[in-house]
Design a protein around this ligand. Structure first.
Ligand code: ZN
Ligand code: ZN
Length: 410
């Protein structure tokens, strides 16, 4: 059976930049292998969610996998929690959390608890598993001061205000349902407030914090949830497409989206998510995943970091790594492999944030109808044979090329 790879260079799309004499980073970069890839591909422009829509990485990837983000995205929480290995179920309300430091008056003195790196597993143990009335609390630590919370119970909503005031020297806020008539969200808000209060009671004199105070470090004496969402009911990827999917990604959030739809997560220890990441290690992991899976989603993060940093040079340096990665994949994947190379959105260096500009896309493989595009840039690909497509088209095109799609009709 044919194999498929969807390689997403996060935030790769850009705009013409003054410091590059009006070129985009893709136009300024020397990327012979990616250009060769484009020559052997059918190319086009992609709007991951919709024309002109500024996509987040999470909503963009949901759309790239063929799920409607307007239906399934209720907040970052469920995907964040799934990404660190928590078992989020439909109807759960999940949050991303910070370990923070508060004083005796519940005023936040450090939102990140001194960027704590050790002992959060023990702190998590102290709060995990408690019951708040009939609601079950699940909590797991993530990297540094981060963690995720699941509230499990009947009739929960997620339309609530945050307890985290998002800046220091402010008191912890009381969560409320945004709509006073919304009883399900009011129930969640009550549980969140209770959880925050109890986390302080359980953590303030915890041995990990006693030790931190003795060492002059900020104690992680409270947990503040935010970004809550109700666990959506999404059809598993394997059922939706009849193929087995895996994910090789550097970010917990993308892993979380993939995990949520039942894809296998392949971690790459050498992948840092930064400029120093090892793209070849990720490529090797993709090839490994293809031995037992039909389809691999891969996200390489650092082009987006460069965009947010306003660093075109950094984006161009990342492109050199991506160029080697594409070469490796073209040479080392099974013969019958289709590779799509694109971005999840533009992160223009002069905007330092995501924009709604379309991104370049190229689809490569044995039976693609190649076009006249000879290089992989935003402007060159705009003239390609795919035309201008949406994220929701990608899995249709891929499964068609891979010849695994069921016929619609007789
Ligand atoms: Zn992104
Ligand atoms: Zn970004």
């Amino acid at each position: 059976m044919a194999k498929g790879i969807l390689l997403v260079a996060d935030g790769l799309g850009d705009r013409p930049l003054k410091e590059l004499d009006g070129k985009t980073p893709l136009e300024a970069a020397d990327i012979p292998n990616i250009d060769k890839f484009a020559r052997e591909s059918v190319c086009g422009q992609l709007d991951t969610i919709g024309t002109g829509v500024r996509a987040g990485s999470d909503t963009a990837h949901i759309s790239l996998l063929g799920y409607d983000p307007y239906v399934y995205y209720t907040g970052r929480g469920p995907f964040e929690a799934a990404g660190i290995g928590m078992d989020v179920k439909q109807g759960d309300v999940a949050f991303r959390c910070n370990f923070s430091t508060v004083d005796d008056n519940m005023v936040i003195t450090d939102r990140r608890a001194g960027r704590i790196t050790e002992g959060t597993d023990l702190l998590a143990e102290a709060v995990n598993g408690m019951m708040i009335d009939d609601m079950q609390i699940l909590f797991k630590e993530s990297v540094a001061h981060r963690g995720a919370l699941i509230i499990r119970g009947a009739n929960l909503g997620a339309d609530i205000t945050d307890t985290d005031p998002h800046h220091e020297n402010a008191a912890v806020l009381t969560s409320r349902a945004k709509d006073p008539e919304d009883a399900a969200s009011a129930r969640t808000a009550y549980a969140v407030n209770e959880f925050v209060k109890r986390s302080y009671a359980l953590l303030k004199d915890h041995p990990v914090n006693v030790k931190r105070i003795k060492e002059g470090l900020h104690p992680a004496n409270i947990i503040l949830p935010r970004g809550g969402g109700v666990g959506p009911s999404m059809a598993p990827f394997a059922e939706k497409y009849g193929i087995k999917g895996a994910c090789v990604s550097e970010t917990g959030l993308i892993n979380g989206v993939a995990k949520y739809v039942g894809m296998t997560i392949y971690n790459t220890p050498e992948a840092t998510g930064g400029y120093d990441t090892d793209c070849i290690a990720m490529a090797k992991n993709i090839v490994k995943a293809l031995e037992t899976h039909d389809f691999v989603l891969c996200n390489v993060k650092a082009a987006d970091v460069a965009g947010h940093d306003g660093n075109p040079k950094g984006k161009i340096e990342m492109l050199a790594k991506l160029d080697e990665m594409i070469k490796y994949l073209m040479e080392n994947t099974p013969q019958d492999t289709y590779i799509t190379f694109t971005a999840d959105h533009s992160t223009p260096c002069n905007l330092k944030d995501h924009s709604g500009d379309p991104v370049a896309i190229a689809m490569w493989g044995p039976d693609v109808r190649t076009d006249h595009v000879t290089e992989y840039t935003e402007r060159a690909c705009a003239l390609g044979g795919l035309g201008r497509i949406k994220g929701s088209d990608i899995m249709n095109i891929m499964t068609n090329l891979m010849n695994v799609q069921e016929k619609f009709g007789a």
